[in-house]
Design a protein around this ligand. Structure first.
Ligand SMILES: [Zn+2]
Ligand SMILES: [Zn+2]
Length: 141
């Protein structure tokens, strides 16, 4: 589950952000800032985004090739999920929780992914489909 990020400007002693609305130090209410994916969810997002495993020897190479091909999802602002405080968060319908969306054509994106897989055959996540197939066409909101 993604956690909420709350900003606490009340106390210098307490960390400025936490996943709780109430400041653990003085008990005053913080300001809701955003949702944040857990580390595991961030790793899932990487796999969703690129169809590549988030961990492995291929990562530096894959990042070099794949990262320039995507941009931050305009709908969820790169968070991957949508939600307001106290409500259940939902998977972002634009990036499908990938946090970023391709800014190149499907063909170009697939070609780059294939380049990574050719060099590192174990990097592929099986059964991955391009974002446009998963979300039924490119939607930018
Ligand atoms: Zn406080
Ligand atoms: Zn999104």
């Amino acid at each position: 589950m993604p956690s909420e990020i709350w900003l606490h400007r009340c106390c210098a002693a307490s960390p400025p952000t936490s996943s709780f609305p109430i400041c653990p130090h003085c008990g005053s209410m913080g300001t809701y800032q955003a949702l944040k994916l857990s580390l595991v969810e961030k790793m899932c997002a990487y796999a969703v985004r690129f169809g590549l495993k988030p961990v492995g020897l291929h990562r530096p190479f894959a990042d070099q090739i794949m990262l320039p091909l995507v941009e931050r999802c305009p709908r969820c602002h790169g968070v991957g999920v949508l939600g307001m405080p106290g409500t259940r968060s939902v998977r972002c319908p634009v990036c499908d929780m990938g946090c970023s969306i391709p800014k190149v054509s499907d063909e170009e994106f697939q070609l780059a992914r294939q380049t990574v897989i050719t060099c590192y055959p174990k990097a592929a996540t099986p059964g991955w489909r391009p974002l446009s197939e998963r979300t039924g066409g490119r939607k930018v909101m």
